[in-house]
Design a protein around this ligand. Sequence first.
Ligand code: 8YV
Length: 325
Amino acid sequence: MTTMAKARILVTRHLPPEVESRLDRDFAASLNVSDRIMSTAEIAEKSKAFDGLLITPMDPCRKELIDALPASIRMIATFSVGTDHIDIPAARAKGIAVANTPDVLTDATADIALLLILGAARGAIWGDRMVRENKWLAPSPTFPLGHDVSGRRLGIYGMGRIGQAVAKRATAFGMTLHYHNRKPVTADLSHGATYHPALDGMLPHCDFLSVNCASTAETRDSINARAIGLLPDGAIVVNSARGDIVNDEALIAALKSGKLAAAGLDVFKGEPSINPGYRKFDNVFMLPHLGSATKNTRIAMGMRAVDNLAAFFKGERPRDLLTGA
Ligand code: 8YV
């Protein structure tokens, strides 16, 4: 009987212990328990001794890195649903398989989108600050006041799995739903939301705008000054997708002018070094990219990435293959 050599996997970041144990058991894995950030050059250099990479969105896998990868690397599994950090056409051209981790983080991320909506509208930041900093001195019927969520209109930009899960939750708050997506989704998945084939057509209907699309050449910078200008006065923008879909300067200007009543942001262009302009606003509810950040979700993401690696190195088609025919 011959024993197949275990596939050699370079794991770029520290993953949940359950996931690392499995990687250790089933692969010849190089773990990064100290969570040291590796440069692109270091990943390329180290890759010479490996068959596959398990990366995260913090490890940009642009054409430069893909082109520098040795022929031994046959698969890149990312610990994320988002794939904007990977040049998929370059990987495909080089015959490298790519897979992501959809589904398992849908609920956790949609929960965060609702947290952003509620936190931004109801004053989670200024409210917390009043109590924490002992500024809650004279309770008043007229101060402070937030904004209603129930009965208001929510526009969902991107009606994929996460957008649909946001829609499902928002119905429980009595929100009227609108969505923009490249294609309409079936009635059972849209939760009664009205479809808008163009983003511009949806924006005037959004008391709240929730960004839930992928970051692509088409969506990047699409929530810019022009788009924000199409929102009703006093609208609230929340983003739990990718920071670069929103133009920071335009959003900050709209918060400053009062065009927007508030914002809720879990993701930022260039994170973790964010546009410092956001820090000035008490009506901007911010989180450090917590969309998928629950223990169980992160374990499930890791297991899904490992499932994809296991299938590929067994000669099977990984469930979440993005480079297939
Ligand atoms: C990150 C995400 O993967 O799935 C995505 O696209 O942005 C997140 O879930 C996570 O923060 C990386 O550790």
